[in-house]
Design a protein around this ligand. Structure first.
Ligand SMILES: C[S@@+](CC[C@H](N)C(=O)[O-])C[C@H]1O[C@@H](n2cnc3c(N)ncnc32)[C@H](O)[C@@H]1O
Length: 235
């Protein structure tokens, strides 16, 4: 990483974490709150993990695009785009998949989500126009493509050929399962599956990941990122 890349990404990260004019709030930094203004709730360690994963796939020429399923205000999508741009990797698309209307009501097909109340939480509903504006302000809207709607409707039919980074951040069993089911087969060997809610939602997101890995015999080791996030590299 060159000096200029590092400084550019440092500034973008500060902007995403709402830390350009004051110290970043500890809850925002640690990814433990829904911040009032920052563009992401994932915190610094999970941003650093995305950076590291993107650098690895570029260094190792792992083919494919990047996607986040569950983008909220768009901070991680902006970050993925910034890391790619810093490496002049403009040929790779960043896909932003979200309802842009919050989480779905629990689906009876997924008993683990029975009674879940995320769909009632207004702060989790961020319109696409707001996300586009957030990205445009940072000069990071170009090279981002949107998959708007419920994952069950958008992901399987999305015109994605290959992925190098698949980042899951949909909290629920159903949202996690649907993203893995539609997209994991498109993840290139050497690519990364990143799971934001593995420890924070062990009976929903975490269970879906364990069930999917068991069903398809995936034994690539799960590596912790921080108090909730994990990743593995597809062999
Ligand atoms: C925890 S937030 C994502 C946080 C975000 N990655 C960040 O950087 O702060 C979860 C997002 O997933 C979306 N979501 C969850 N399940 C979904 C589904 N089944 N279909 C579409 N969007 C979904 C919600 O709309 C919400 O924006």
């Amino acid at each position: 990483v060159t000096f200029v890349e590092e400084r550019y990404l440092g500034l973008v990260k500060a902007a995403i974490l709402d830390a350009t004019l004051a110290d970043v709030d500890p809850g925002t930094r640690d990814g433990k709150v829904w911040p009032p203004r920052a563009l992401t709730m994932v915190g610094e360690a999970r941003l650093e993990n995305v950076w590291w994963c993107v650098e690895r796939v570029l260094d190792d020429a792992v083919p494919g695009d990047l996607i986040e399923t569950g983008v909220w205000r768009g901070g991680v999508v902006a970050w993925m785009r910034a890391v790619l741009n810093s490496r002049l990797a403009g040929d790779r698309t960043v896909w932003a998949a979200d309802s842009f209307a919050g989480l779905p009501r629990p689906d009876a097909a997924y008993p683990a989500d029975a009674g879940d109340g995320h769909h009632t939480i207004g702060v989790l509903s961020v319109p696409r126009a707001v996300v586009e504006r957030n990205l445009a302000r940072l000069g990071l809207l170009g090279g981002v493509r949107f998959l708007e709607g419920w994952f069950a409707d958008t992901l399987a039919v999305a015109p994605i050929e290959k992925l190098a980074v698949l980042r899951l951040d949909g909290d629920l069993y159903g949202s996690t399962w649907e993203a893995l089911d539609a997209l994991y087969p498109k993840l290139s060997p050497g690519g990364f599956a990143i799971v934001d809610d593995y420890e924070s939602h062990p009976h929903q997101c975490g269970a879906a990941v364990r069930d999917y890995r068991a069903r398809f015999g995936i034994s690539d080791p799960i590596v912790p990122v921080d108090w909730t996030g994990v990743y593995w590299r597809k062999s």
